[in-house]
Design a protein around this ligand. Structure first.
Ligand code: FES
Ligand SMILES: [Fe+2]
Length: 406
């Protein structure tokens, strides 16, 4: 374990990306202790709606309860451990295990265990185990720790004013994409913290200014025109946000708090409305009661496992669910206004095109890095200035791991 000798400004040593025992430690120290993004309320809109989530060794049920909150239950039957719910999502009243029909209430209490000729036993000792759940601005988070980190409510206070105007509770899932990347979850998170590689995203490049992470001082000559156009678009976006009372300031606390967050509003190129080739809206229905389509993108990164883009016409949520040291499920969900009609207000292919392509390109980048980390000749490499957020993410990770191992 080389947490103490971490070389600042450099990528991690190979075992952090490849070693199954370090993966197990990540699952305990990070995914077993911190608030993890699970889904949005649009995925479980009604009481009884649930999603099942699997990551690392864990399997969980996240169920919309009658009080408007979520019940988070370990999806491990208290009889002999079978998965209780096997569908990725659905609607249920009581939860019935498919093996011997033990039946649990939506709160996880064991209410029925058929046992012909069996002596009675104390059902109250065999409830499904519970974890913590929390909804903030329409995003559902879960925490498996007995005592969840307490600073998350401060993180939520930071992002709520940015996200609330998009009213996620009044959205519906237009599309969900699940891709398995042959890469460690940290490489997935690192990859989305920089746009140094964004030349590899031709579709995204149409709406994203290719100057992300650069400054006045670091802008290369061939990007000076784009830089000026970006500056103008950004100034106009700031003006509109101020006029509408929408928060605009960049918050950057990737490694200065336990609930690591970065949130910013950035202008989009072209019409500035959405992730389309000309920057125009991809859905005709505005979200919430937003005043204007031309709001660029509000982008949020939340550690350990999620990032988001919120636009006037749609929202995209991204969640990374680790599978093994070298495999991660990346789930992308496109949300549109709940009254938007497919084929009328939006075309599904066009809506999802840019990020479907971008995700496949990112998957390829992550996989190249994973392959490199597996080579005996891999050595830690330096992060560039435009990769300062990658460094911040790794710094956050190392701090959390150090706290855990003590
Ligand atoms: S394992 Fe679930 S009822 Fe037997
Ligand atoms: Fe990318």
């Amino acid at each position: 374990m080389r947490l103490d000798t971490r070389r600042t400004g450099f990528s991690l040593e190979a075992p952090f990306y490849t070693d199954p025992s370090l993966f197990n430690l990540d699952m305990q120290a990070i995914f077993g202790q911190h608030w993890v993004f699970a889904c949005s309320v649009a995925e479980i809109p009604e009481p009884g709606d649930y999603v099942t989530l699997d990551y690392g060794p864990y399997s969980l049920i996240v169920l919309h309860n009658d009080d408007g909150g979520v019940n988070v239950l370990h999806n491990v039957c208290r009889h002999r451990g079978a998965r209780v719910l096997t569908d990725p999502q659905g609607t249920t009243g009581n939860l019935v295990c498919g093996y011997h029909s033990w039946t649990y209430s939506p709160e996880g209490d064991l209410i029925h265990a058929s046992a012909p000729g069996e002596m009675t036993f104390d059902k109250s000792c065999y409830a499904l185990k519970r974890a913590h759940g929390k909804i903030a601005a329409g995003l559902v988070f879960i925490c498996l720790a007995e005592e969840p980190p307490t600073d998350f409510h401060e993180t939520a206070k930071i992002f709520e004013p940015y996200i609330a105007p998009h009213e996620l509770a009044k959205t519906k899932v237009a599309y969900q994409q699940n891709i398995v990347e042959e890469g460690n979850w940290k490489l997935v998170m690192e990859n989305n913290r920089e746009c140094y590689h964004c030349d590899g995203h031709p579709e995204l490049a149409c709406s994203l200014f290719p100057t992300w992470g650069l400054t006045d001082e670091t802008i290369p000559p061939h990007l000076e025109d784009v830089w000026d156009r970006n500056q103008q678009a950004q100034a106009s976006l700031e003006y509109r946000c101020r006029r509408y009372g929408l928060p605009y300031e960049v918050v950057e606390e990737l490694d200065t708090r336990v609930g690591g967050i970065r949130i910013s509003r950035e202008s989009l190129d072209g019409a500035g409305e959405s992730f389309s080739a000309d920057g125009r809206r991809l859905s005709k229905k505005l979200l919430g009661d937003l005043p204007d389509f031309r709001l660029g993108r509000c982008s949020m990164h939340l550690q350990p496992n999620s990032w988001f883009h919120l636009l006037g016409d749609h929202v995209i949520t991204f969640a990374a669910f680790p599978i093994s040291a070298s495999k991660t499920l990346v789930r992308t969900t496109w949300l549109v206004a709940d009254d938007a009609v497919e084929g009328v207000d939006y075309d599904l292919e066009t809506l999802t095109h840019t990020w479907k392509q971008t995700n496949l390109q990112d998957k390829a980048f992550v996989e190249l890095c994973q392959q490199g980390a597996a080579s005996p000749f891999y050595e830690q490499g330096p992060y560039m200035k435009s990769e300062y957020q990658v460094e911040a993410f790794i710094n956050w990770y190392v701090q959390r791991m150090r706290e855990h191992v003590g």
